[in-house]
Design a protein around this ligand. Structure first.
Ligand code: NDP
Ligand code: 8X3
Length: 254
């Protein structure tokens, strides 16, 4: 039987492109997100285009109860998850630590850290039982470096980076792979969310930068997930060619 992959945050950006990449290779896919309409549309589109089985699950990863309700009560044929892609996440706001909005901080920490933990806690026991599986955490270059105004988002992604390393140690004896992916600038809805719907400000982030596309990261995730059994990529930092690190990038002149 084809492998089953669970992708959180598949209504947009990297998660959506990753769902399409795995669908192209005929995997069975569980896609999640909060926006039901988008999720259902994607499920129908992928099923029609690639003839694959798709299970859309609408829930907010910040809710432990909702996450457990969905992931601990999967239909029998969807319970054996081979690959978990912890992708759902966001940045909200950019502010110095003395001025930041504490509601923004809650959203980032509850989604990026606690949400990832709730999902992993629900899925990992099945992998342990079957002594096989692969967890791929979408961290960020912000989990490797810290930049002005981004302290809380960076802290949340440093937490993901630490969790990837911790998971790899804890799950080692069970034969489960853990991969940490740390992208730089990827042009998705990420900046629109960070700037709370201000599309002009969001567009200016990518102006003159040949940013990564969601599909670039999807290809990398797929590559990591399809290596031979004895090979595990632990950690990857991926930037556009025009970006050296979190704070140094070059813009093309117009
Ligand atoms: P998008 O905003 O395009 O996608 C984010 C996805 O996460 C959406 O599908 C959204 O779905 C989902 N999501 C957000 N909050 C929740 C929640 N509480 N519960 C369930 N799902 C949620 O951004 P990207 O594709 O760029 O981001 C994907 C991941 O990549 C994130 O973890 C991000 O931090 C990381 N990343 C992004 C980079 C970039 O430059 N774009 C660079 C490095 C890392 P919905 O709103 O429907 O719930
Ligand atoms: C997103 C990339 O540079 O905005 O994780 O932190 S950055």
């Amino acid at each position: 039987m084809k492998k089953t992959v669970l992708i959180t945050g598949a209504t947009s950006g990297i998660g959506r492109a990753t769902a399409e990449r795995f669908a192209k290779a005929s995997y069975r896919i569980i896609i999640t997100g909060r926006r039901k309409e988008r999720l259902d549309e994607l499920a129908m589109e992928l099923a029609a285009r690639y003839g694959v089985e798709i299970l859309p699950l609408v829930f907010d990863v910040r809710s432990k109860a909702e996450t457990e309700k969905h992931l601990l009560n999967l239909p029998a044929e969807w319970r054996d998850i081979d690959i978990l892609i912890n992708n759902a996440g966001l940045a909200v706001g950019l502010a110095h630590i003395d001025e930041g909005d504490t509601d923004d901080w809650d959203r980032m920490i509850d989604t990026n850290v606690k949400g990832l933990l709730y999902v992993t806690r629900a899925v990992a026991p099945g992998m342990v039982k079957r002594a096989s599986g692969h967890i791929i955490n979408i961290a960020s270059i912000a989990g490797k470096e810290v930049y002005e105004n981004g302290g809380v988002y960076c802290a949340s992604k440093h937490a993901v980076d630490a969790l990837s390393r911790g998971m790899r140690i804890d799950l080692l004896k069970h034969g489960i792979k853990v991969t940490n992916i740390a992208p730089g600038m990827v042009e998705t809805e990420f900046s629109l969310v960070r700037f709370k719907g201000d599309s002009t400000r969001a567009a200016s982030v990518y102006e003159g930068i040949d940013a990564l596309r969601a599909e670039d990261i999807a290809d990398v995730i797929f590559y990591c997930a399809t290596l031979p059994e004895h090979v595990c990529i632990n950690d990857l930092v991926i930037t556009p060619t025009s970006q050296a690190n979190a704070t140094n990038s070059v813009r093309r002149r117009k």
